[in-house]
Design a protein around this ligand. Structure first.
Ligand code: MTE
Ligand code: HPA
Ligand code: MOS
Length: 754
């Protein structure tokens, strides 16, 4: 089935927040934010801004009737700063005007004085100053202390990965409308409608039942709208609460880039020990997560870093410690992979380091240590359904790793100013929210009397194609034409207490809930048919909108059966509830079984380096990916391509920069570059590893949203491999992204021109 949104998207008819018709009397909000990264507000003068014609009001912390608090995991973040500011871009007030142009103009007239305090932007410096968001966490396996003496080779080093701007096409925004009796309806571009509802209720000091949040679709989220879509929606609702007129708050691109958090930069230390036969015997690492000025989702992100610290390898002795470091940057947040990629980058760096010093190919080392069934993850879960060996074999037989390596060597010996490089990047990504209670979902299904169907779930469509998958599930379970089914918007009044659409688990959780609802309705309809046709229930089947008894077609159609059931007063509505079974995790012991399953895969990346300019082009990325049984190849292949390119961007060209005063330097689309059609690999080949699939995955089709991002890490090591072909003295610093400038330094940095 095609993506149900494809026509709407290419014809421009799909509805996003900004396509919602504006009600007369709507006011527009623009956020006034801190120009200083750390300090105490000594005075703010709004009088000149308020005097501007068309300015309606300016809301500050003093206008909040409930609690001035938006922290989701830890209550450490105000909606509006009152006295202290902790990052450049921190909201202080909302200017509400008749148009956003007027509000922008008014913003320039606000006079603020801040007495500056010292600014920390570096996570290691924060740790030295005891600036931690919460106490460090450690995952351990085996006997770390005594394991080093068994190691024939030990290597130590540092690996840093930078942050990443989400750059969803649709910026953050919300539109809130007053309803009767003080109720408020919010349209929000959010991955977490329930978070918006709950936080708004808290801020306004009213019940969640008075707030309705509705989401049609997002122009991209990538994790950036899991938590950080909330403040703008809350501000709009606060405006409604105070003015009783509709209020729309949409961030301009520059405001969005300055005010919102990004992927967490990490600075990490590693120590890796190998035996004589090149088995990894010991691995110790310390992660320093740059959390920004408040917790946001950092605790959960940090946890996922620990869960993915050993990537696709079995290591018997492991100790990983992670610090969430408080700095004066905007609070960093969820970004596709959710800390997993940052953890994986470190072990891949350690393996590259080891391979380089031992003078062997890194892929031999990788292959020699792949995780297999029965191995224990450092968090206690026993690996099963591991596909890494068959994936590796598939890669060898389909894409000939040895031949690629030989041809690259041959090319490199024939060329002096152009060099090629390659890398292999295996992935193992755990599926489920790491916080067990979040793994639940609901779906509401109505069959109308004419046989048409309406489906509501907690899933938010953000481009990942979840609505298409939901439609498929309903159509397949009812065995009716998908065109009789309508996917409703995601709405907190229809489906309540939802987890955000995140963790790649949206289709599994909501799909399973939907499947249960549809199955319950099917059972009722079948028993109605059995009564009518005077046969037993087991003899009735429904197929393609027709009713069969013992495999024989009857005259009864789906539409007629539905009408008949209604006249017999059978309920044609069902609410399905699903909670992932078997998962648990004990944070005191740091052990458990947090994931319902893992997604596995392997990417082979090939790059050509211009050794005069330091520029590079990716020739190909060849992927063997574990889909289980993909329920929608075109949607799933699209997720692989998009995730891969996004990961490659993070590793190569996306150069996020703050100065030491916490000001974002890469603050525009001209200074922050993401991959475009010219920088993607010439060839992306995806080879599905079709397996029996996993029962825990919806229709045995494994989650696909985040895992492919981590294939992009291969780009870094392919470039490294090519740089080394030119400059054998190159000392890897493992400092992503590997920009053209860094490549040039790597090519010539250690050469003595004398
Ligand atoms: N794909 C598109 N087109 N747009 C997005 O915003 N978000 C990613 C991924 N793929 C995203 C995307 C992230 S961060 C996650 S967690 C998953 O989709 C969420 O959707 P899923 O749970 O349905 O996979
Ligand atoms: N992944 C994504 N989002 C989350 C998670 C997770 O594991 N936990 C809480 N929010
Ligand atoms: Mo995705 S980072 O879990 O929204």
């Amino acid at each position: 089935m095609k993506n149900i949104d494809s026509k709407g998207h290419v014809t421009g008819k799909s509805i996003y927040l900004d396509d919602i018709s504006i009600i007369k009397g709507t006011r527009f909000g623009v956020v006034f934010d801190s120009p200083i990264a750390h300090g105490t507000i000594t005075s703010v003068d709004y009088s000149k801004a308020l005097a501007l014609p068309g300015v309606v009001t300016i809301l500050t912390h003093e206008d909040i009737p409930g609690g001035n608090q938006i922290g989701g995991i830890i209550p450490d973040e105000p909606l509006f700063a009152s006295t202290e500011v902790h990052f450049v871009g921190q909201p202080i007030a909302l200017i509400i005007a008749e148009s956003d142009q007027i509000a922008f103009k008014a913003r320039k007239r606000i006079e603020i004085e801040i007495s500056k305090k010292s600014v920390i932007v570096n996570p290691r410096e924060a740790k030295q100053n005891d600036q931690l968001i919460f106490p460090p966490r450690t995952f351990e396996l085996g006997d770390m202390k005594n394991s080093w003496k068994d190691c024939a080779h030990i290597f130590e080093g540092q690996a840093d990965s930078n942050g990443q701007e989400h750059l969803y096409i649709e910026t953050q925004g919300a539109y809130a409308i007053p309803m009767e009796n003080g109720h408020i309806r919010i349209s929000s571009s959010t991955q977490g409608p329930t978070s918006v509802q709950k936080t708004t209720a808290n801020i306004l000091g009213i019940g969640m039942n008075k707030i309705e949040v509705d989401v049609v679709r997002l122009g991209g989220g990538f994790g950036g709208k899991e938590d950080q879509a909330t403040p703008w929606a809350v501000m709009a609702a606060l405006g409604v609460f105070i003015l009783n007129s509709p209020v729309k708050v949409v961030l301009s691109r520059l405001d969005d880039m300055r005010m919102t958090g990004k992927r967490h930069p990490y600075s990490s230390d590693y120590k890796i020990g190998l035996s004589n036969d090149l088995k990894i015997m010991a691995y110790e690492t310390t992660f320093h997560q740059n959390a920004g000025a408040s917790a946001d989702l950092s605790p959960a992100v940090l946890e996922r870093t620990l869960f993915h610290g050993t990537n696709s390898y079995f290591i018997p002795n492991v100790k990983m410690t992670a610090y969430s470091c408080k700095t004066n940057l905007p609070p960093n947040t969820a970004f596709r992979g959710f800390g997993g990629p940052q953890g994986m980058f470190v072990i891949e760096s350690a393996l590259s380091h080891a391979a380089e010093e031992l003078g062997i190919s890194k892929h031999e080392l990788q292959k020699n240590n792949l995780l297999k069934n029965g191995d224990e993850f450092p968090y206690g879960q026993i690996a099963d359904g591991v596909e890494l060996n068959s994936i590796w074999q598939n890669m060898e037989s389909k894409f000939h790793i040895e031949t690629v390596e030989k041809e690259i060597q041959k090319f490199n010996s024939n060329h002096s100013n152009v060099k090629k490089g390659f890398s292999l990047m295996p992935i193992s990504f755990g599926i489920s929210f790491t916080k067990t209670p979040m793994n639940q979902a609901r779906a509401l299904v109505h069959i109308y009397t004419d046989g048409s169907v309406g489906v509501s779930t907690g899933a938010v469509e953000m481009g990942q194609g979840v609505n298409t998958k939901m439609l498929q599930i309903a159509a397949q379970t009812f065995s009716i034409d998908p065109k009789h089914i309508k996917l409703e918007s995601t709405n907190t009044t229809r489906v309540a207490n939802t987890s955000p659409s995140a963790a790649s688990a949206t289709a599994d959780l909501n799909g399973k809930a939907l499947e249960k609802a549809c199955n319950a309705l099917m059972k009722r309809l079948k028993s109605c048919a059995a009564n009518h046709l005077n046969v037993s229930l087991v003899d009735v089947t429904l197929k393609n909108g027709l009713i069969y008894t013992n495999g024989n077609k009857t005259d009864l159609t789906w539409d007629q059966l539905v009408t008949m059931a209604f006249l017999k007063r059978i309920c044609l509505t069902e609410n399905g509830h699903y909670a992932t079974p078997t998962i648990h995790f004990d944070m005191k012991k740091e052990k458990g079984h947090p994931f319902s399953y893992h997604v596995y895969g392997l990417a082979l990346t090939e790059v050509t380096l211009d050794c005069v300019r330091g520029t590079y082009d990716f020739d190909a990325v060849k992927i063997v990916h574990d889909f289980g049984k993909t329920m929608n190849p075109s949607v799933d292949f699209g997720q692989i391509e998009g995730g891969l390119i996004q990961g490659m961007g993070w590793m190569t060209m996306e150069d996020l920069r703050y100065n030491d005063q916490g000001q974002l330097l890469s603050n525009t689309l001209s200074t922050y570059k993401i991959p475009d059609i010219y920088s993607v690999p010439k060839d992306v080949i995806i080879e599905p590893l079709e397996t029996e699939g996993n029962e825990m995955a919806i229709l045995k089709s494994k989650a696909v949203g985040e895992p492919p991002l981590m294939y992009g890490i291969g780009a870094y090591f392919a470039i490294e491999n090519a740089v080394r072909a030119f400059n054998p003295n190159f000392n890897s610093t493992f400092d992503a992204p590997f920009t053209h400038e860094k490549v040039l330094m790597g090519l010539y940095g250690s050469i003595d021109f004398e």
